[in-house]
Write a protein that binds this ligand. Structure first.
Ligand code: CMP
Length: 143
């Protein structure tokens, strides 16, 4: 079954949006297999966002994502990678449709509430960066 890495960013944690965001993915029918509140080290943040290293906003991105706790999650389900991306909305909240997480709660591209893996390869990489096997729960939904 497909898995993705989702992370409520420091702005979402500060604004008490963890419950709302978890609830959206639960209600959609996805399965939460791992979750933790954590503060990223600079090293972990730089590795996670390595593909943006050359971008002018890289320093700002790393300092924001390490500025306070994030809520790191692994979700499982059919097509969860692309469906979670559409539930999140466009990266820039100004362009994100109402009804999406960023469309409903975000204002700025740098503080856009949530991160989600954009492909199978990045999901695998990000899940293993943030979680070890013991932290991931394999179980079937009974309802
Ligand atoms: P995310 O999905 O976490 O992946 C990379 C992040 O870079 C992205 O969300 C945005 O929050 C951030 N980002 C993209 N463009 C800019 C920008 N122009 N200025 C600041 N941050 C940006």
């Amino acid at each position: 079954m497909e898995r993705t890495y989702l992370m409520v960013k420091p702005d979402g944690v500060q604004r008490n949006l963890i419950g709302e965001i978890v609830s959206r993915f639960e209600k959609k029918g996805f399965t939460l297999v791992g979750a933790k509140l954590m503060t990223l080290s600079k090293e972990l943040a730089e590795t996670h966002y390595g593909e943006h290293k050359e971008r002018p906003f890289f320093g700002e991105l790393v300092s924001f994502i390490t500025s306070g706790p994030v809520f790191a999650m692994v979700w499982e389900g059919e097509n969860v990678i692309s469906t979670a991306r559409s539930m999140m909305g466009q990266t820039n909240p100004a362009e994100a449709a109402p009804g999406t997480i960023r469309g409903d709660y975000g204002v700025q591209v740098s503080m856009n509430v949530i991160h989600g893996s954009d492909s199978q390869a990045s999901a695998e990489r990000e899940i293993s960066l943030f979680f070890n096997e013991q932290e991931l729960n394999n179980y079937e939904k009974e309802v």
